[in-house]
Design a protein around this ligand. Sequence first.
Ligand SMILES: N[C@@H](CCC(=O)N[C@@H](CS)C(=O)NCC(=O)O)C(=O)O
Length: 239
Amino acid sequence: MKIVSFKICPFVQRVTAILQAKGVDYDIEYIDLSNKPQWFLDISPNGQVPILVTDDDSILFESDAIVEYLDEVAGTPISSENPVKKAQDRAWSYLASKNYLVQCSAQRSPDAKTLEERATKLSKAFGKIEARLGEGQYADGDRIGMIDIAWLPLLHRASIVERQSGYDFLGDFPKVKRWQQNLLATGIPEKSVSEDFKDRFNAFYLAESTYLGQLAKDKQDLACDGSPECRPEDMACCA
Ligand SMILES: N[C@@H](CCC(=O)N[C@@H](CS)C(=O)NCC(=O)O)C(=O)O
């Protein structure tokens, strides 16, 4: 099977995350969304990624539909067999995907006030899932399920933002924070993106034109002062 992707798209990451969680092989083809190739426009009804091309050349679009299909056909299903639980999990997953673009727009905020406003919107979703989480490692105990896969792009991106800029979208949500750390520890977030993901992400969201980019620069300058926070990997900026 082949996934048609754009490198920093969270909807694609949800799809690659389920494939990584299940240990299923796939091909991936990246396209430039600002210059969509004709073959892509011919197969993508909305002109959007992700697209999944199955082994028998069927075309699937919309990440919700793709992850549900993949859960059925690839490896062992991780969805609940109970129809009520399955519908509830779908609703909690929808709360995540509905906020992917909210997070993208928060990350692109040009100043502190805009970031504050946009992050407040995102915090409403994190607050709801905080109240839903129990004591297990993941959303439903100690096995990864569909809710984990849906929230993974938000949590992975929040961790990159925090590490680079010091700004934490999850600061007020201790259970979500612990969940984020548990998901990161599986290695799935890292494996579900391309090798140059962080560079691409930084170039778009932590650029000089964004407030988070300015925070990241200040943090890096501080690290280069020889302060106790200075780590070897930060020293590149001192050259
Ligand atoms: N509802 C879609 C949303 C996908 C989406 O927004 N993809 C973005 C990239 S992250 C895209 O392809 N944008 C190009 C466009 O809308 O023209 C899904 O869940 O798959």
